[in-house]
Ligand binder design. Structure first.
Ligand code: SAM
Length: 279
């Protein structure tokens, strides 16, 4: 303290009052900048907030646009007027899941989450395998449509979880399997995807399985920063190794990945903790 006072006195002697004021102003500016940086680490930036709101609004589809229903994979909308195409969505993913189970010596699962179930194309294939199916989505109408599809196949244990933010689903008890397909590319930022990855990890039981698909960055797919509506189809993408490392950093054991280059889709097959057959 004494040293500080001496410094101020010296400064006053050499620079005068206005010099002293200038130095204080510079110190305060610097401290303010440091504080802003610290705060921005913990709060989503204004831009991120704007993008999150734009995403919530688009998927809520309040005016019932057929285009958004098609984007949400509703049976009978957009390209899914062709019902076979709609059935294919779930069929492809069930095959991937069965192989994953073989590789991890998993006989059965009791509960699962689908993050972003949309029109329920995966739900109708996966739900018969479990006694509890949680659908987490930012769009109420999509959760409702998924529920209707599940009702049609007679599945009764569907729990829709409507969220505005990823953390809104943290109350769900841990499940055996986490599925997220055709959703990461619609996230408002790469950081948002990391947040969802951490939540997936938290919501899984030990040795739980996760299939997460992303759109990988490349010539035509670069992560976007603005204009959510115009860029919704390819908003967020990661490098293949970048996302692998994100999963590892979260704590997952990524086992392998599968590519569908025609759409720049990459599926990551990861477990929480070492799978049954690994020593
Ligand atoms: C293209 S559809 C995919 C539907 C389904 N997973 C499938 O493969 O058929 C995208 C779904 O993700 C949901 N979604 C978009 N952004 C989301 C977010 N940030 N959090 C949760 N769900 C989101 C949409 O509402 C929609 O239901």
């Amino acid at each position: 303290m004494i040293v500080e006072i001496q410094k101020i006195q010296n400064l006053y002697k050499s620079e005068g009052f206005s010099g002293l004021l200038e130095t204080v102003r510079r110190i305060l500016d610097f401290k303010l900048l440091q504080m802003r940086r610290m705060v921005s680490k913990f709060l989503p930036s204004q831009r991120e907030k704007k993008l999150r709101n734009a995403a919530n609004k688009l998927w809520a589809n309040e005016n019932g646009s057929e285009t958004i229903k098609g984007l949400s994979h509703f049976k009978g909308s957009g390209r899914y007027k062709d019902h076979e195409k709609w059935e294919d969505i779930g069929n492809v993913h069930i095959k991937m899941f069965d192989r994953f189970c073989e590789m991890t010596n998993t006989d059965s699962i009791e509960s699962m989450i689908e993050y972003g179930p949309g029109g329920g194309a995966n739900a109708v294939k996966f739900a018969p395998k479990v006694s509890k199916f949680y659908g987490i989505d930012i769009a109420k109408e999509n959760l409702k449509e998924c529920g209707c599809q599940l009702e049609q196949i007679g599945f009764k244990n569907y729990v829709p979880v409507h969220i505005a933010e990823p953390k809104d689903c943290l109350h769900i008890p841990p499940v055996d399997f986490f599925l997220c397909v055709a959703v990461y590319q619609h996230f408002p930022s790469k950081e948002y995807g990391v947040e969802v990855g951490k939540i997936a990890y938290d919501l899984l039981k030990e040795q739980g399985l996760a299939i997460i698909q992303i759109r990988y960055a490349g010539k035509y797919y670069k992560p976007k920063k603005r204009d959510y509506r115009a860029n919704v189809i390819t908003f967020t993408s990661y490098g293949l190794d970048e996302f692998w490392n994100i999963l590892k950093k979260i704590g997952f054991e990524p086992l392998y990945l599968q590519l569908r280059p025609e759409t720049n889709y990459a599926y990551y097959f990861a477990t929480k903790g070492k799978p049954h057959n690994h020593h």
